[in-house]
Design a protein around this ligand. Structure first.
Ligand code: HEM
Length: 432
């Protein structure tokens, strides 16, 4: 059997000193290591071979069950016995959980951390404000944003495509969606990065307060001067008594949290995957109708969110022969399930023509990602624009791929590239 990565036999929970998952028959695997950041797919492969539910330690020394296989992952994502509300989390109440970024998201009331009936109500309001029509209206703006960024990059012959392309696209799109005035956009970007890119605790708290203040200002501005934007639509729902003003703020926050790094990771991971697979890139560029397939294969092969957010068992549940006790924390390893050979033939291969589809990168069930259509749209516009504009794009010599250290997110820190410099179009204006 493949050796278990990063055994943590000495951790307090394994010794039975804390009430986290009672592993009993299995030592914990560590996902808070350099090894996991550098080679998550290898770590996942070993864990998936071992069991469908594996006890793990994640960042902050938190203990949880990791669901590794495809069928079980789909089942857990749609299981009503798996709640999102932290009041079901035994370790949290026992004071055994440090306040890391994703715990902060889970602990603060929002759509991602709520269960019915609140979740149902919040989701209905969100979806009515974030309608297919409003998403479709963003199409032209996404093309303009990507074009403006390429105008800045093209004359230089080299660029970091994470900082200069993948990150600014979703950030600018969200600002346009929310109706954030141009002057406030740099602030939103700075603080969002501090919040989601592992800043120190103090800076994270400061970032969180600053984001709240910025979003409150956006609400104020849109209330005084309503427009055809998402924030104005939420204000209408708030004034009609469907959501409180705290819930309005929490929906904006959730969309900001959900809509930035995720999509930047998708664009970055896609560029990286295509540079590693030039034959797939050639097919996509030659036949643009293939882009949606390419993007879905990137989502499966290198999922931008590799592990779901927390769930908590509301009763004892058996998964793959392991007993998950009431109050235990559960994480679904989306990226691991996506490479389960039981569901995908040659699962480790990047194959844009594969017939077996149905990755779980956007989750499943009642918390299925509300931004999936927008994320796909952004990638479907940005990627062809990039590769058509810079046809000889290649990795900068000696540039190693380094990923952000995170249990949840899978995204590159930077992506240095080279290409033949071409003139930018005149009058480039990008508000990001
Ligand atoms: C490639 C890009 C994206 C990926 C991989 C992704 C992934 C996910 C996943 C896995 C979930 C479910 C989490 C769970 O059940 O624990 C989720 C939920 C969510 N996503 Fe996304 N997301 C992406 C883009 C977006 C965008 C662009 C937005 C907003 C503009 C967004 C907003 C949300 C929100 C608000 C939820 C919570 C839904 C609920 O709890 O009902 N996401 N996303």
């Amino acid at each position: 059997m493949t050796p278990r990565p990063g055994r943590a036999d000495g951790c307090p929970a394994a010794a039975g000193q804390v009430p986290g998952p009672q592993a009993g028959d299995a030592p914990y695997a560590r996902l808070d290591t350099e090894e996991f950041t550098a080679t998550p797919h290898a770590v996942f492969e070993a864990l998936r071979a071992e069991a469908a539910a594996v006890p793990v330690v994640v960042r902050g020394g938190i203990h949880a069950w990791l669901i590794t296989r495809y069928d079980e992952a789909r089942a857990v994502l749609a299981d009503d016995r798996m709640a999102k509300d932290v009041r079901h989390w035994r370790d949290f109440h026992a004071g055994l959980v440090p306040f890391t970024g994703d715990v902060a998201v889970a602990a603060r009331r929002n759509i991602l951390s709520s269960d019915p009936p609140d979740h149902t109500r919040l989701r209905e309001v969100l979806l009515s404000a974030f309608s297919p029509r409003r998403i479709e209206l963003l199409r032209a703006q996404i093309a303009r944003i990507a074009g403006d960024l390429l105008d800045r990059i093209a004359p230089r012959g080299r660029a970091d495509l994470v900082a200069e392309f993948a990150l600014p696209i979703p950030m600018t799109v969200i600002c346009e969606l929310f109706g954030v005035p141009a002057d406030d956009r740099p602030g939103i970007r700075t603080w969002t990065e501090a919040l989601f890119h592992g800043a120190a605790m103090e800076r994270m708290a400061q970032a969180s307060n600053e984001i709240d203040a910025l979003l409150a200002r956006v609400v104020e501005i849109r209330r005084a001067d309503p427009g055809d934007d998402f924030t104005s639509a939420l204000i209408v729902a708030c004034d009609a008594g469907r959501i409180s003003s705290e819930e309005l703020a929490s929906l904006l926050r959730a969309m900001l949290a959900g809509g930035n790094e995720t999509t930047a990771n998708l664009i970055g991971n896609a560029i990286s995957a295509l540079l590693q697979h030039p034959e797939a890139l050639k097919l996509a560029v030659g036949e643009p109708r293939r882009w949606p397939q390419v993007i879905d294969e990137v989502l499966r092969w290198d999922a931008p969110i590799q592990n779901s957010l927390w769930r908590f068992a509301t009763e004892d549940v058996e998964i793959g022969g392991r007993l998950i006790r009431r109050g235990d924390a559960v994480i679904v390893a989306l990226s691991c399930a996506n490479r389960d050979e039981r569901a995908f033939a040659h699962a480790a291969a990047f194959d844009i023509a594969r017939a077996d589809r149905g990755h779980v990168s956007f989750g499943r069930g009642r918390h299925y990602c509300v931004g999936a259509t927008l994320a796909r749209l952004e990638a479907q516009i940005a990627l062809p624009a990039l590769f058509e504009r810079l046809p000889d794009l290649r990795p900068a010599p000696g540039a190693a791929l380094r990923y952000r250290q995170s249990t949840m997110s899978r995204g590159l820190i930077s992506l240095p590239v080279q290409f033949a410099a071409t003139p930018g179009r005149p009058a480039a204006t990008c508000a990001s």
